[in-house]
Every structure is written in C-alpha cells, then in structure tokens.
Design a protein around this ligand. Sequence first.
Ligand code: HEC
Length: 224
Amino acid sequence: MAKDRGRSNPSPSPIYYNPPLEKGGCGGIDEGEADGRENMKIVLVLFIILVLLIVAVAAFLWSGTYNIAATVPHWRATHWVLGKIRDHSIAAHSKGITVPSFDSPKLVEGGFKEYHEMCRLCHGAPGYSRTEIAKGLYPGPPDFTSRDMKIRNEGELYWVIKNGIKMTGMPAFGPTHSEDELWGIVAFLKRLLDLKPEDYQTMIKAAGLDKEPEDHHHSHKSHP
Ligand code: HEC
C-alpha cells in the first residue's frame, strides 16, 4: 500500500494541477468574450468601410464624371475582363448546339445575301474599305476579312449572330431571321476568309445584288 501510495504520489499532483488548468480555461472563456467583442469591432469597421465605398462609387457614377464616350477607350484591365466574360459566356451558352450540314449551296447563298446586306457595313467584306460606322463603333467590330479574327466554332458563331452581344453594337438577328438564314450566315462566314474581292463580286452578281446597290449609292449621295 505504502509502495502504492509512493507510486500514486505523482498521480494526485496532475489532479491537483488540473483545477488551475480549468481555471485557466475559465479565464480563456473571458478572453474569448473579449476576442468576440474585438471581432465584432473589426466586422463593424469593415462594414462601415464597405458602406462608404458603395456610397463613394455611387456618388462617382451619379456625378457624371465617368466618360461614356465611344472615343475614350476602356482601361486595359477592363477591356481584358470584359473580353473574358464575353468569351466564357459565348462558350457556355453555345454548348450543345447541333450544327446542321452546310452542304446545300442555297444555304450559303442565302447567308451571303444576309451578310452583304446586314453585316458588311460593320464587319467588312473582301474589296470593301472599312466604313465610317465600323470606324466609329466602340468596341470596334472585328474585321472578318482579316486573319486576326477570333477563331470561334460554328455553334458559337450561330449563338452570337442569333443573340447579339450586350453593350456592343452587335445586334441579335434571332428575332428577325429564320434558322436557315442564321445557319446560312454561319456557313458563309466559314468561307469568307478564303474569298478574294473578285469572288465576292461574282457572288454579288450571281445573287442579283448588283441591282440593289443603286439604293445604297443613292443614300450615300444624299449623305455628303
Ligand atoms: C452595327 C454594327 C454591327 C453589325 C451590323 C453586325 N455586327 Fe457583329 N459585331 C459588332 C461588334 C461591335 C462586335 C464586337 C463585340 C465585342 O467586342 O464583343 C461584333 C461581334 C460579332 C461576332 C463575334 C466576333 C468575335 O470573334 O468576338 C460575330 C460572329 C459577329 N459579330 C457576326 C455578325 C454577323 C454575321 C452580322 C450580320 C448578320 C453582324 N455581326 C452584324 C457589330 C456589328
């Protein structure tokens, strides 16, 4: 027993020491409350900063200081972010679109007519110089006769032509065009890069569009 006591002697001491440890724990809870109050303060300060920021941004935007002019380009960073948002949005929304066969010459011919009448002014065509409309737009429309145009697959092209792009000059042609016409434009776009000015003129004649430019000339003349 005595030996046991001797042995058990060291063991009571941890039991003895425990209460102070627990007390320490109690003190910890007090500190925890203090910490909690500190955290609340930080949250409050952050909240006030956030509110002030929102007020400052709103005041800036409402003051009219921001220059909305098409002649003042975006910052590089803004341009980059907007480009990324556009590209990811187009990719996500055009997923799963089934592309029809482009074999029918009628489809391409129809697409060519639409392109010549509705897209050329902004996106150019072989043998035509950039129009004033294209030069004045911001963001500028990509020139589809140049090799710098973005590579987009058929589904993406179709989606853009059908739905347009917000806050740019790119119109949505879905509300005014049939599926065949929309796909015809895509089919034609795929060929556009290989067309020489002569080929384009041949297509104009074949489609009977060489009679219509009279109207265009007329409106150009009345426009000094
Ligand atoms: C009033 C001018 C205008 C007309 C007309 C127009 N577009 Fe656009 N289009 C734009 C602009 C501006 C952009 C660039 C948008 C941007 O920067 O994200 C654009 C972008 C596009 C894009 C995406 C290009 C890319 O790689 O990001 C496609 C495809 C396109 N247009 C096709 C057409 C077709 C096809 C037509 C005719 C049916 C047409 N557009 C008519 C102004 C126009």
